[in-house]
Design a protein around this ligand. Structure first.
Ligand SMILES: [Ca+2]
Ligand SMILES: [Ca+2]
Ligand SMILES: [Ca+2]
Length: 471
């Protein structure tokens, strides 16, 4: 390529600088001695911007949230009047409203959900670049109904916003859909009770409570959700499920409470089974109560309803650091559940709510409010309130009782029962809960008959002052 003659390049630099200065309209020309290696004895005009349009970065909330085409996002900053164009991955975003410090933009449509680049221009000049998750799906605004499935009712829900999947536990079936509810795969052949679900956002794997009562094996089933792409994949042959057995649960279930030398079988009226332990159900990832460490797994007990004993008036939560669980994971073998797992949890906590029918049904962590929420089938005991949801702050300090047990206080609900001090909410029974990164709640309801069962997922805002807080 031919080199420009000495002076040509410097004239171009100067012309460009002056053009830029004129475009901004308030530049001041300052004589600058250019690098002698480029040209000698030249002056160039350097624009000084006194009113540079400024766009603040998109907030982490905006980046994390999935936007549907047609929905809006907001750019904030100062002196935004000069902004002439905003694009999302090259497609123009529509101005909805603008003020001096905020512009609301409409998200353009795309054929596939992805992380999209937001570019903001003042004239031809790019003044900001950021990222927004854009999805063609409307999971979060429209009700989704799936089914019918040849099972009993829906038990749990987990949503992977990043990868675009929803997972359902249908008691004996595991169902994967896209964010519109189109079924992408199912796992059948589960000879167990699959209860609540949760998502390990780091790996995309789904963790669910999987009970093999006849073998007295209470496990966490780890489902390779992203890899499930077929209908009726076999629970064992597909290789999609690992189990980790929780021996702590077996220790409490096997406890001979009345000391007659015999541990009763699996029935609610039994006096055995310490704390009324029936198994496991609620499960959620969230912070550790002991260390605050994120991505700690909490598993809640299923508890028998029994009005004739008092050691069953608490929910029981076990917390596990799963970072060393690779050593315990074993492919599902339903004839002989591998009893590999941690011998004890990192933390074991009691929450006084009164006895409830089957303990914690759904456990979720709401990161925007810093609370764990437990939904239950209500208490049958006369002297206790019959709330359906209870919250515990992740930051709460456990209170150690004389017998060494650690108790977590309830966070204040919409109603409080003065005699017991129990506080909570009274929603309609959810059959699966999940809280999205932006703090909106997804709630399952159940319909149909056994053998032809449907699940419907709806989006709600959580209103902590309302007795029915999900509306
Ligand atoms: Ca006994
Ligand atoms: Ca359940
Ligand atoms: Ca859960």
């Amino acid at each position: 390529m031919k080199q420009p003659a000495p002076g040509t390049r410097s004239r171009q630099v100067r012309a460009m600088a002056i053009a830029a200065a004129l475009m901004i309209g308030c530049a001041i020309a300052i004589p600058v001695v250019a690098n002698a290696g480029i040209a000698e004895g030249l002056t160039v005009a350097v624009p000084v911007q006194t009113q540079r349009p400024h766009v603040a970065a998109l907030s982490s909330w905006q980046r994390a949230h999935w936007y549907s085409p047609g929905s809006t996002f907001t750019l904030r900053g100062s002196t935004l009047k000069k902004i002439t164009k905003v694009t999302v991955s090259g497609k123009p975003a529509g101005f909805v409203s603008r003020s001096g410090s905020a512009i609301r933009m409409r998200v353009p449509g795309f054929s596939a959900p992805a992380l999209r680049t937001v570019s903001v221009y003042a004239g031809t000049r790019l003044v900001f670049r950021g990222k927004l998750h854009v999805s063609d799906y409307r999971v979060v605004t429209d009700p989704i109904t799936i089914g019918p499935f040849p099972t009993t009712h829906v038990q749990g829900l987990a949503v992977d916003e990043q990868r675009g999947f929803i997972y359902y536990s249908m008691t004996t079936m595991f169902v994967k859909t896209d964010l519109r509810g189109k079924v992408l795969g199912t796992i059948t052949g589960l000879d167990a009770h699959l209860g609540d679900l949760t998502l390990n956002a780091e790996t995309g794997e789904v963790y669910g409570t999987l009970e093999y009562d006849a073998q007295r094996a209470w496990t966490v089933g780890i489902f390779d959700g992203p890899a499930l792409t077929t209908m009726n994949a076999d629970a064992e042959d597909s290789g999609l499920i690992d189990t980790v057995t929780l021996e702590e649960v077996a220790k409490d279930w096997d406890f001979d409470v009345d000391g007659d030398g015999v541990v009763d079988g699996d029935f609610p009226d039994s006096v055995d089974h310490r704390y009324g332990t029936a198994g496991v159900d609620g499960i959620a990832f969230g912070p550790s109560f002991a260390t605050g460490e994120a991505n700690t797994l909490t598993v809640a007990y299923g508890i028998y309803a029994n009005k004739l004993r008092n050691d069953n008036d608490n929910q029981v939560l076990l917390q596990y650091d799963i970072s060393d669980w690779a050593q315990y994971r074993h492919p599902l073998n339903q004839r002989a559940i591998p009893r590999t797992g941690p011998s004890a949890p990192e933390g074991k906590y009691f929450v006084r709510t009164g006895n409830t029918n089957w303990g914690v049904q759904n456990l979720v962590y709401d990161q925007t409010r810093g609370i764990y929420m437990m939904s239950v089938y209500r208490s049958q005991k006369r002297d206790w309130p019959h709330y359906g949801m209870f919250a515990v702050k992740a930051s709460s300090t456990p209170i150690v009782k004389d017998d060494g047990r650690e108790f977590l206080p309830l966070a204040k609900g919409a109603s409080t029962d003065a005699p017991t001090g129990v506080t909570g909410w009274s929603p309609r029974n959810p059959y699966g809960l999940f809280v999205l990164a932006d703090g909106t709640w997804l709630v399952n309801s159940d319909s149909g008959v056994t053998g032809k069962r449907y699940a419907t997922t709806r989006r709600f805002q959580f209103e902590p002052r309302e007795n029915n807080p999900l509306r």
